[in-house]
Design a binder for this molecule. Structure first.
Ligand code: FES
Ligand SMILES: [Fe+2]
Length: 381
């Protein structure tokens, strides 16, 4: 792989973030505010494996485009269900083939909205109006530019660099934690899109600690003790840990009751805890005994992030007549909004002229894992 240049951040401040836990500081203020740092992240961090949503978001014969880093990727699924990724640019004069961030569409072909060049789901060019009589025209040389795509338990990841080590290495030992939830078989019953006025890392950091829970999440604290659980340090490009459910509580919902059923393969520990993991850089997965919630983050600017939150349930539960995912969705929609409000306030607070990176509390070891991961990445290789 090509060497990564250091990010435009003060090396002394990065060194502070890398001091041992208990002595370290947060990332430097510019990491959250500077457009140059976001440019660096788009080019070097979001260039390797990042999540673009769920495979089931794209029906067979469908397509959708998502902005990643500094350009968009077009995902297609053919009639046989084969998923592919392409740079979202027409081979004629570069028009985007689909607007980024829109819903999936189903069509027999990808038709460029500018001059109607058309492509198959495998990226090959079908036709270009008025080129029949142009002798030098070679459709075989004008397929869409492929982007590397892999799936993991139903989540779609792309590697724009084409050079990242295999996705299994990125995931590492997280595989053993997620496997029992059979997430690839789950059915997404609801998705919400939130535009949050905070840097994407503020959102990941907030997700990594419950030090704030007793202050802003009274509903959450009724079902899970905010000081419970532990963070886990295993191999792979992720950070996370688990929290306990209170005695008699089945899942995260307002009354602690599940409107579904616990997943079949979970052990006793998994049935009484919720696992929260951040697959770096942009996927947050919350594994509940009876459903899986995921947040996919797309940075729009240093102080704006688009978050797609989805709730997925076992297929037999989702197919039940009258099944209502609201017990999970409404609980987390409220909790999400409490979190986003805090994150937006943090972003505004960091703009104040004399703001300096603060220390981390003993309960914020998960934040430390993330911060040190970022600081090391910013140092370059
Ligand atoms: S740019 Fe796509 S057909 Fe012209
Ligand atoms: Fe929270």
């Amino acid at each position: 792989m090509r060497p990564t240049p250091p990010a435009p951040l003060d090396p002394d401040q990065l060194a502070l973030a890398l001091r041992p836990f208990g002595e370290s500081r947060m990332l430097p203020r510019d990491a959250y505010l500077s457009p140059e740092v976001l440019d660096w992240e788009r080019r070097h961090l979001f260039e390797g494996w990042m999540c673009l949503g769920r495979e089931s978001d794209i029906p067979q014969g469908g397509m959708r485009a998502e902005s990643v880093g500094d350009y968009g990727v077009l995902l297609t699924r053919d009639r046989d269900g084969v998923l592919r990724g392409f740079e979202n640019a027409c081979r004629h004069r570069g028009h985007e083939l689909l607007p980024c961030g829109g819903a999936s569409t189903e069509a027999k072909a990808i038709v460029c909205p500018y001059h109607a060049w058309s492509y198959r789901h495998d990226g090959s060019l079908i036709g270009a109006p008025h080129f029949r009589e142009v002798e030098s025209f070679d459709p075989g040389a004008l397929s869409l530019k492929p982007v590397r795509v892999q799936q993991w338990h139903g989540w779609v990841f792309v590697d724009r660099s084409g050079e990242a080590p295999d996705l299994t290495q990125h995931i590492g030992e997280l595989e053993g934690i997620v496997a029992d939830y059979d997430a690839e078989s789950l059915v997404t019953c609801e998705s919400h899109v939130y535009d949050v006025e905070a840097n994407w890392k503020v959102i990941v950091e907030n997700y990594q600690e419950c030090y704030h829970c007793s202050m802003i999440h009274p509903e959450l604290c009724k079902v899970t003790p905010p000081d419970s659980g532990e963070n886990i340090e295993l191999d792979g490009n992720w950070v996370g840990g688990w929290m306990e459910l209170r005695d008699g509580v089945e899942t995260m919902s307002f009354d602690g009751r599940s409107g579904g059923v616990a997943m079949a393969r979970l052990d006793q520990q998994e049935r009484t805890t919720v696992m929260y993991v951040a697959v770096l850089p942009n996927l947050l997965i919350s594994l509940h005994p009876d459903y899986v919630m995921s947040h996919q983050l797309v940075p729009l600017s240093p102080d704006r992030t688009r978050i797609t939150c989805s709730w997925a349930f076992p297929p037999d539960v989702a197919a039940r007549e009258g099944f209502d995912p609201a017990y999970a969705v409404d609980f987390w929609d409220l909790t999400n909004r409490q979190d986003w409000s805090a994150c937006e306030s943090v972003q505004r607070g960091m703009v104040t002229p004399h703001f300096e990176a603060g220390p981390l509390a003993p309960d914020e070891d998960g934040v430390y894992h993330f911060v040190t991961h970022m600081a090391r990445a910013y140092q370059g290789t």
